[in-house]
Ligand binder design. Structure first.
Ligand code: PHE
Length: 346
């Protein structure tokens, strides 16, 4: 082959290669074009094989042409590659557009049930004074629910707790959390500061203020020298934390077989602030719990020497506390699981 023919072939290849480069639709096609013209077995390389047949003087000249063609095709390939990348980016940007101004989709969020939330609030206040949460069984035996609380079988005081019995000898659904007092006294040693939240059951006709299933929180403190004044001070702190620091409180005489003396603890009405209204029976006061000094008989059943130790106990209905905190007038709302009601407590 002579110089002229080779030069002409190289120029045709340049033209073909530039058209092919320009026509490559994507990175893979461009790579294919690159290999077929410039690769080790590519068309340009093939032609350069014939360089040995040329005159020595012509070789540098054809070499220069070949390098020029190769350089031009390489440069066109780089330009094409950049254009393909830019187009690819452009189409991805268009396809994957995120409109950051679109309002988010709301995720349905659950919330704590107001009774659980109220138990937590009660736990928190007494926790500050070192009271530790314990739990007893919902199915209790008659001895612990009544007898060890100084309520013998057939005693008229049993009428205070309309009882639901179960099909196990001498067992019942606990009517209050007070049997937990016995369990804690038997399991631990003084000083005792225990809080006993839990579900209780009574054979009651259901209305706005009665349920057959409800929650109580019981408190028990046993130590040397524990007094009614300690009980009063603690309950004042509790009432002020939940119902406001300015709220007046009072003890009234009460009766429970397991405490002596027994009291009812009242707070100034949270609806009328003590003025008197239908919610408080126009007395200006609301009873929020029952309490008293643990009866020596009960301490003894708990394995504690009443000559050395004294104790106080209190018990409150959680639904009642929650109703006062949130201005709810019917406790049945707490068990109906109506989301329109529950969603107000987020
Ligand atoms: N257990 C009593 C009730 O259910 C409340 C109470 C607890 C009273 C502790 C005094 C001491 O009515």
């Amino acid at each position: 082959m002579d110089l002229e023919t080779m030069t002409a072939q190289l120029e045709r290849l340049r033209a073909d290669a530039l058209v092919a480069v320009e026509g490559a639709a994507d990175a893979a096609a461009l790579e294919q074009v690159h290999v077929s013209f410039l690769g080790r077995k590519g068309a340009i390389t093939e032609i350069l094989r014939g360089i040995a047949g040329l005159d020595a003087a012509d070789r540098p000249r054809i070499g220069a042409v070949a390098n020029d063609v190769r350089g031009a095709v390489e440069a066109a390939a780089v330009v094409r590659d950049e254009a393909l990348r830019a187009a690819e980016l452009e189409s991805r940007l268009a396809a994957e557009t995120v409109d950051v101004t679109t309002p988010g989709r709301r995720v349905a969020r659950g919330s704590r049930h107001p009774i659980a939330e109220t138990v937590a609030a009660i736990d928190e206040v007494f926790g500050r004074f070192g009271f530790v949460v314990h739990e007893g069984p919902e199915i209790e035996d008659d001895v612990t629910n009544f007898q060890m609380l100084n309520i013998p079988a057939d005693h008229p005081a049993r009428d205070l707790w309309a009882t639901l019995y179960v099909d196990i000898d001498d067992h019942l659904l606990r009517t209050h959390t007070s049997p937990g007092q016995i369990r804690v006294m038997r399991e631990t040693r003084p000083p005792i500061r225990a809080l006993l939240p839990g579900r209780c059951f009574r054979y009651e006709a259901v209305d706005a203020s009665h349920a057959f299933e409800f929650f109580q929180v019981e408190g028990l403190m046993v130590d040397e020298g524990t007094s009614l004044a300690d009980l009063r001070g603690l309950l004042d702190e509790f009432a002020h934390a939940l119902f406001g620091a300015a709220r007046a409180t009072r003890f009234r005489p009460g009766y429970y077989p397991f405490t002596e003396p027994s009291v009812a603890f009242d707070v100034e009405c949270v609806v009328c602030d003590g003025g008197g209204c239908p919610a408080c029976g126009r007395t200006g006061w609301m009873t929020i719990l029952g309490a008293g000094m643990v009866h020596p008989v009960v301490l003894r059943y708990g394995g504690i020497d009443p000559e050395r130790y004294q104790g106080f106990a209190f018990g409150m209905g959680v639904e009642r506390i929650a109703m006062l905190r949130h201005g709810v007038h019917d406790l049945r709302l707490f068990m109906e699981n109506d989301l329109r009601f529950l969603e107000q407590f987020r």
